[in-house]
Write a protein that binds this ligand. Structure first.
Ligand SMILES: Cc1ncc(C[n+]2csc(CCOP(=O)(O)OP(=O)(O)O)c2C)c(N)n1
Ligand SMILES: [Mg+2]
Length: 586
């Protein structure tokens, strides 16, 4: 424990509580007001805090780490705009329900609202995006040290109880900020926490309730499921492997067609016969959609990536449409769920499983499965026809070539959609992540670096050129990771996704304001940040470069050039060919 002065002592109390709770990721950005927190962290033997000069990237790193481990990660900033730079990651953490703890340093009250340097209003800075906020006063002997410890315990509790999310402690400090001894004895002050100091447990730990489902709702749902003829499971974003395995066991027992979102962990390498990886393409067929209307829908987990799936769910008339999630919020823009069941997702699956085993209808399942297999074969046939690098081909092959249990982070825009549509359902099981809470294109490299750090496994990031430009300085964050880190950058010189929107038909507006070409290449950026770099020109050289990069320590940037207009045309062509193949099975 630091005891040089009260600032150091309080900073030490907070950090010690987080350490005892198992927090092992601390991200810091340089600044003066946060000196006590930084000094308290830096002095701990064996710790390697992440230091990054951009608070936005530091917060996304924390988010990625927490996403991979399920444990909260802590981010420390100085005062002023530094704190505001955490906001995008806070939004994503709130929407994706990821536990992160933000410690922002602040001026003492006498310097707030006075025009003092680097002083802004940081109270409740993140509004309702923070699960909990606390304005910690300047360290003082007047306040019991146990109160400081319970602030940390509360922060941990609010970040990790369902729904998980970001919490914010605003920490005011008066000078001196550095660890200069003030010569005062602290033994009296610390006496109330002497018992805690002698142990290693969190003081004032909170135990969250176990989120089991309501038994009556479960029985009613089980009865509907058993009498369904055309039941469908939809699996949205799942928080961790425990949830993924629990959902996998449930869908196996149910034997209903299950449509897994790419962020569920079941879309690629899901390993259950009833999983339908290519539902997004099946639903592109009018004939398929019309003939495959479900009578009961069970949806578990968070948001869905596929617009076509959302439209299909919105046009269905099932009874019931049950939505299961571990939070009380609405996660259904179509307002179609007839019952929302709040429960821990794994606990729900375990409780429902024995009540519904064998409820499947083989004919209905086979119709989905054979259509999905036809789509799979057709995509492979399209791939085999050419050595050219296309965006769908790269998305499919990266899921196939990444090793078992590797990390794969999918940037917003086309990468996450292409992986959802074309990703190889039979590929090895991967740890997938995508910032789909708020779907920003910001902080993606930092998120992937944090994800790799938390996972401790080789990690690939599939990302578009604008998202990469947006977070370019995070190449500095990712260069020193302990595991191979590969960025596959699809450079189509602008926003490929907007070619799929009606605005693409407005030639006067489109290219300048939506396509937004920049003419930039990433070779020099890779060199500046000390990354290995290759620009493969065809599929065989991409495979060779990717396989090497994935097995070598260090960071590699693979830049793939594509053309936005050709990419749009290729999507339409592949979709039409897959739909034709699927319709032979309808
Ligand atoms: C921070 C932020 N700004 C703007 C957007 C809107 N937006 C969504 S996709 C996109 C284009 C992304 O381009 P790129 O990363 O190159 O991917 P591509 O569309 O080419 O696949 C933009 C600007 C966003 N989602 N997030
Ligand atoms: Mg692009």
């Amino acid at each position: 424990m630091h005891t040089e002065n009260m600032n150091m002592l309080w900073a030490g109390l907070l950090i010690e509580q987080f350490d005892r709770a198992g927090v092992d990721c601390f991200c810091l950005s340089p600044g003066s007001r946060s000196t006590p927190l930084v000094a308290a962290l830096a002095g701990r033997p064996g710790w390697k805090p992440i230091v990054h000069y951009d608070e936005r990237g530091a917060a996304f790193y924390a988010l990625g780490h927490a996403r991979a481990t399920g444990r909260p990660a802590v981010c420390v900033t100085t005062s002023g705009t530094a704190a505001a730079n955490l906001f995008p990651a806070v939004m994503e953490a709130a929407r994706s329900r990821i536990p992160i703890i933000l410690l922002t340093a602040d001026r003492p009250p006498e310097l707030r609202d006075t025009g003092a340097n680097q002083a802004v209003d940081q109270v409740n800075l993140f509004g309702r995006y923070a699960r909990w906020f606390f304005d910690l006063p300047c360290p003082t002997r007047e306040m019991d040290p146990r109160a400081v410890l319970t602030v940390a315990a509360q922060a941990l509790h609010h970040a990790t109880r369902r729904p998980r999310g970001p919490v914010h402690i605003n920490c005011s400090f008066r000078e001196p900020l550095e660890p200069r001894p003030d010569g005062r004895d602290v033994s009296d002050y610390l006496e109330p926490v002497s018992g805690w100091l002698a142990q290693s447990s969190v003081y004032g730990e909170h135990v969250a309730p176990v989120g089991t489902p309501d038994p009556d709702a479960l029985d009613a749902l089980a009865a509907s499921i058993r009498s369904a003829r055309r039941g469908l499971v939809v699996v949205g974003q799942l928080a961790d492997e425990t949830e993924t395995f629990a959902v996998q066991a449930l869908v196996r027992a149910l034997d209903w067609p299950a449509l897994p979102d790419i962020t569920s962990g079941l879309r690629v390498g899901g390993g259950a016969e009833c999983l339908i990886p290519y539902y997004d393409l099946l639903l592109a067929s009018d004939a398929f959609r019309l003939r495959h209307a479900p009578d009961v829908i069970l949806q578990v987990g968070g948001r869905l990536t596929s617009r076509r799936l959302l439209d299909y769910l919105a046009s269905a008339r099932p009874s019931p449409y049950a939505l299961v999630s571990d939070h009380p919020d609405r996660d259904q823009p179509h307002h179609r769920a007839t019952i929302n069941i709040e429960s821990d997702v794994a606990a729900f699956c375990e409780a429902l499983l024995p009540r519904v085993e064998g409820a499947g209808n083989q004919e209905w399942l086979n119709a989905w499965r054979s259509a999905s297999q036809a789509a799979d074969r057709k995509i492979d046939e399209l791939l085999a026809g050419s050595n050219a690098l296309s965006e769908p081909a790269v998305a499919r092959l990266v899921t196939r070539w990444a090793g078992r249990d590797d990390g794969l982070v999918l940037a917003s825009s086309m990468p996450v959609r292409d992986a959802n549509t074309f990703g190889d359902g039979n590929a090895p099981c991967l740890r997938l992540a995508s910032n789909r809470g708020a779907s920003g294109i910001d902080g993606t490299v930092a998120t992937a670096a944090g994800f790799a750090g938390g996972l401790g496994r080789p990690t690939t990031l599939l990302i578009g050129d604008l998202a990469l430009l947006h977070d370019l300085n995070s190449l500095a964050l990712a260069r020193n990771g302990a595991v191979p880190f590969v960025v596959v950058a699809l450079n189509n010189n602008g926003s490929g996704i907007f070619h799929f929107l009606p605005v693409a038909g407005h030639a006067d507006l489109f290219e300048k304001y939506f396509g937004a070409p920049h003419g930039l290449r990433f070779k020099e950026a890779a060199a500046m940040f000390g990354w290995k770099y290759h620009a493969p020109a065809d599929l065989p050289s991409f495979e060779a470069a990717y396989t090497r990069a994935r097995s070598e320590p260090g960071a590699t940037l693979l830049e793939i050039s594509t053309d936005r207009i050709a990419n749009h045309a290729l999507h339409l062509d592949w979709q039409a060919q897959v739909v034709a193949a699927v319709e032979q099975h309808v």
